[in-house]
Design a protein around this ligand. Structure first.
Ligand code: ADP
Length: 292
């Protein structure tokens, strides 16, 4: 599947990808990589320059209406009717789409504690996003296409949302989860495709990608600590060191050594999180396309 925009930008080049029924697939790439272009092609909002796509076996162009009916979509740039209340928005979309199961919808509304009685323009980003989630799931679609879905959700709702994604997959339905952050997909996705500059550069298990990817570890000590002890560890890079704080970049297999080196001192706090995608790309794919 390929897409070149009229201005000549090759946003997607020869994508060859198959996502299985009941799978949670993470589609990972930095901004501008071609994720939204892929999704717009899947939803038949734009025409491919070459190639084809199918959803549940239905060609997205030749059988667009049937294919689209099977999809629940949460856009990255969610647009809702500001003048309507949440309830009116859900009702209006439900009528337009048909096939909404009211019990499913009401359960979702309750689960995410949605605000339905106020005009949407008065709602916070998180409360709008929750309406987007209900919209995407309320007709129990076979395929969920979710673009950066946890943006704006607070940690409690993020947890609930991840549960919903897992239940959906357990139910034999398929989730396509697009994001620029490994953190957003690593809790749910089993397999991940990595896209960069319009090309799929890797498809791997999220576990393997995580193991290979650098993490950022910030440790705050109760005393001054010499970073040399960390620098000496295999695969560990000291990003910053300031009296009682060290910031490291290291892949998962180095974590054990880091914790043991840290344990020789009094530890006040320790935070470990995935590096951002750009850095992961630099670490993992530097030589793959000769771009860097
Ligand atoms: P992502 O969703 O991964 O951030 P996009 O699919 O939005 O990436 O964009 C991929 C590339 O295509 C970018 O270089 C972007 O500037 C370009 N692009 C996106 N939409 C259009 C468009 N309508 N016309 C021209 N270029 C576009």
């Amino acid at each position: 599947l390929s897409k070149t925009y009229p201005n000549g930008v090759r946003a997607l080049v020869d994508l060859d990808l198959r996502v299985e029924r009941g799978e949670i697939f993470g589609y990972l790439g930095p901004n501008g990589a071609g994720k939204s272009t892929t999704i717009r092609l899947l939803l038949d909002l734009i025409c491919p320059t070459a190639g084809q796509a199918a959803i549940a076996g239905l060609d997205t162009r030749a059988r667009d209406v049937e294919a689209r009916r099977r999809v629940g979509y949460l856009p990255g740039d969610l647009r809702l009717s500001d003048r309507l209340s949440g309830r009116e928005q859900l009702d209006s979309l439900g009528r337009l789409r048909g096939g909404v199961d009211h019990a499913t919808r009401d359960a979702l509304v309750e689960r995410f504690d949605c605000v339905l009685d106020r005009p949407i323009r008065e709602l916070s980003k998180g409360n709008r996003q929750k309406l987007g989630v209900v919209q995407a799931f309320m007709h129990r679609p076979e395929v969920l296409i979710l673009d950066e879905p946890t943006g704006g959700l607070d940690p409690l709702n993020q947890g609930e949302f991840r549960k919903l994604i897992r239940e959906t997959a357990d139910d034999g339905r398929t989730v396509f989860l697009s994001s620029h952050s490994l953190d957003e997909v690593q809790h749910t996705a089993v397999r991940v495709g990595v896209i960069r500059a319009g090309r799929l550069v890797d498809v791997d298990s999220v576990e393997s990608l995580r193991e290979r990817s650098p993490r950022h570890v910030t440790i705050r000590f109760g005393e001054h600590v010499d970073p040399a002890a960390f620098e000496a560890l295999l695969g560990v890079q000291v990003l910053e060191s300031d009296h009682d704080v060290v910031r490291l970049a290291a892949p998962e297999p180095a974590m054990d050594g880091i914790v043991k080196a840290a344990a020789r001192h009094r530890v006040v706090d320790l935070v470990s999180e995935p590096a951002d995608l750009e850095e992961i790309f630099l670490a993992l794919y530097r030589d793959d396309d000769g771009r860097d």
